[in-house]
Structures are given as structure tokens and as C-alpha cells.
Design a protein around this ligand. Structure first.
Ligand SMILES: [Mg+2]
Length: 228
């Protein structure tokens, strides 16, 4: 019997892909207008900076800190840091938060799970503050009983230490805890390897993936949880 459901945030509770696209578009326009970087150059620099940082920092929560990303990018080009690092950071997140809407069925599923007496947690690779802001604009924060960020856990998914922190907070054995996320590697296999149960959120479906519990519609989730 499932007592706690823990959700990934990005591309699970809302479409990060769509919201990021809107935010990145605004950032590209800023870079063109204020820094004289064409879209192609900016895209290339952005990717290169992300790759460099990943190699240098490894998989840590600070990798998601866009202030660091824009700072490194501008330093590498000898461009002025002030006021651009802060303006770019704020612009990106303002647009992303404005563009973020809950995935279909999410608010109703969370409400129904709560009515079923299920505790609801968040398990996310990111800094805590931004995830709180996302959950707030999505209107989901009031349903959440606890949150584990990789910033707090000191480890990112699929590391066991991350899921151990989730289980500590859930306060139930792994078999009573269902982790729901869009990444097979990070969310689903990560959770299963750490002894939790897992469901893969795949709105388009994938008939080839038969070894995992798949959720194509969040509205199905409360019923699925009851049946486990
Ligand atoms: Mg995700």
C-alpha cells in the first residue's frame, strides 16, 4: 500500500521544455540587443558554458544556478558582468515562471491523492528557492508536505543518497513510497535502485517500455496509487 507519492518537478508537474523555450527566446533577444551576440553565437556559447561547467563541477545543484552560468559565459568573452549577469538571470526566471502551467490533470491528481490520505513530497534536482517559486506559480505548493532538492541532499538523482533523503522525510519503507518522474534513468531507475517504487510519467506513451509502471495521464495516478 502506497502512503507517500514523491514527484519530480521539471517536465513532470509542468512542461519545463515549453517554459524554457520561451525564457531562452527572451534571453537570446537580450544577448543580441545588449551584448551584441547573434542568436547562433549566443546558443553556441550557452551550450559550451553548460558543458564546461558540468565537466568542472560534476552533477551538483549549483550547476543549475544560472547566475553562475551567465557569469562564466560573459567572463569567457571579456564582456561586462554588471548589470548583465543579474539581468539575464532575472529575465530567464521571470519568463519561465510566467510561461509555466501545470501538466494536464496535475492539480486534480494532487487534490485527490490528498483526499485519499496520501502524503505528497517533491524530489528535484535543483536549488530549493527556484523550485518553491515554480510550485507557487503552479498553484501546487499548498498540497506539498515536504520537498527534497539536490541542493539539500548534496546529491543529484539517480544517486542513492538523494533517494535516501527522500525516504527519511517520507518516514515510510521504500515499498510504501512511489516516486513519479519523467526521466527513466534519474527518476524511475534511480528510485527503484534505492528501494522505492516508481512510475514513469510519459504523456506520449511508449509501448516498448514494458518493464516499468507508466503514467500517460496524471488524472490516472490516484487510481493507480490505490491499486498498488
Ligand atoms: Mg524531470
Amino acid at each position: 500500500m502506497i502512503k507517500t507519492v514523491i514527484f519530480d518537478v521539471d517536465n513532470t508537474l509542468y512542461s519545463y521544455t515549453d517554459a524554457h523555450e520561451a525564457a531562452f527566446e527572451a534571453l537570446s533577444m537580450y544577448a543580441d540587443k545588449k551584448l551584441g551576440l547573434s542568436r547562433d553565437v549566443f546558443e553556441c556559447l550557452h551550450k559550451k558554458t553548460e558543458d564546461t561547467l558540468r565537466e568542472y563541477m560534476g552533477n551538483v545543484a549549483a550547476l543549475h544556478n544560472r547566475c553562475i552560468r551567465y557569469q562564466i559565459m560573459l567572463e569567457s568573452q571579456g564582456l561586462p558582468l554588471y548589470p548583465h549577469v543579474l539581468e539575464m538571470n532575472d529575465l530567464y526566471w521571470d519568463i519561465l515562471l510566467k510561461a509555466a502551467v501545470p501538466s494536464p490533470g496535475v492539480p486534480e491528481a494532487l487534490k485527490r491523492l490528498k483526499r485519499q490520505g496520501i502524503h505528497i513530497g517533491i524530489g528535484t534536482d535543483m536549488t530549493a528557492r527556484m523550485q518553491f517559486k515554480k510550485l507557487a506559480v503552479l498553484g501546487l505548493l499548498s498540497h506539498i508536505d515536504f520537498l527534497v532538492s539536490s541542493e539539500e541532499a548534496g546529491a543529484e538523482k539517480p544517486e542513492k543518497a538523494f533517494f535516501a533523503r527522500c525516504l527519511d522525510k517520507a518516514g515510510v519503507p521504500g515499498q510504501e513510497c512511489l516516486f513519479v518522474g519523467d526521466s527513466l534513468k534519474k527518476d524511475v531507475y534511480g528510485a527503484m535502485n534505492a528501494g522505492l517504487r516508481a512510475a514513469w510519467y510519459c504523456p506520449k506513451g511508449d509501448p516498448a517500455q514494458t518493464d516499468v509502471l507508466m503514467i500517460t495521464d496524471m488524472a490516472q495516478l490516484p487510481q493507480t496509487v490505490s491499486a498498488l
